[in-house]
Design a protein around this ligand. Structure first.
Ligand SMILES: *Cc1c(COP(=O)(O)O)cnc(C)c1O
Length: 243
């Protein structure tokens, strides 16, 4: 087998394992398999892997750094992929991100909302799907070191997105906290996110995406009702430190 054939076999194997986990979790939760979308997080891995994943049937990919993402999206522009941006986003990267992303999962402050809105409007592109990133650890009085709005700020930020030209309020995203009341309890964290998502839908019925769950905790996310799981290492392999 050539190196590229070996890599393809590895990716196919990783995908099959993750598929199996998602299918089991859906079954355990009494949910239809097609109620959960697998978003493969390709950060730190080359565009060749994205191409192979697309050939293996993946349609949703995510990245967390603009510089890396924009190069990969350009190299894969011929593929039928939906690009998700899941990293902390600085306003000076917004123009680049809206040139390739269909969905930003990490909207966490008003300033970013206005920057995204003007970038989408001036690019004349289709509306950008926006998820508010919720920092559940901020409920324990901790700073959201990895970004995210405090749960009690969701309503106000959601209203800002809903009112912003070019943006579509799509739902909520979280990363299971490493500190605070939810540390080590992804089940409780994702249940709390689901509760915040239900409150959000009372005011914004179309905001029905819930992005939660990664390689280590996707089952807990599916059990709590996540519509999108973001899985990297379980498909592509463990990343070298950083990233
Ligand atoms: C890297 C990353 C993931 C995927 O993490 P894995 O543990 O590799 O599955 C999911 N969400 C975000 C925001 C990430 O940065």
């Amino acid at each position: 087998m050539s190196a590229s054939e070996r890599r393809r076999a590895e990716l196919a194997d990783g995908l099959a394992r993750v598929e199996e986990r998602i299918a089991r979790a859906c079954e355990a939760a009494g949910r239809a398999r097609d109620s959960v979308t697998l978003v493969v997080v390709t950060k730190t891995y080359p565009a060749d892997d994205v191409r192979t994943l697309a050939d293996l049937g993946v349609r949703d990919v995510a990245e967390n750094r603009d510089q890396e993402a924009s190069a990969k999206a350009a190299a894969c522009a011929d593929l039928p992929l939906t690009w998700h941006f899941v990293g902390q986003l600085q306003t000076n990267k917004v123009r680049s991100v809206v040139s390739y992303a269909d969905c930003v999962h990490s909207v966490d402050r008003a300033k970013l909302v206005s920057a995204l809105s003007s970038a989408v409007t001036s690019a004349g592109r289709a509306p950008l799907n926006c998820l508010l990133q919720v920092a559940l650890e901020r409920e324990s009085g901790l700073g959201g070191g990895r970004g995210g709005v405090a749960p009690d700020g969701v309503g106000e930020l959601a209203a800002a997105v809903a009112a912003a030209p070019g943006l579509r309020l799509a739902g909520l995203m979280t990363v299971a906290p490493l500190a605070g009341a939810y540390a080590g309890s992804p089940d409780a964290a994702f249940e709390r996110l689901a509760e915040i998502a239900r409150d959000l839908r009372a005011d914004h019925p179309a905001a029905n995406m819930v992005s939660a769950g990664m390689s280590a905790d996707l089952e807990a996310a599916v059990a709590a009702g996540a519509t999108h799981v973001r899985v990297g290492s379980a498909v592509l392999g463990v990343r070298p430190a950083l990233g």
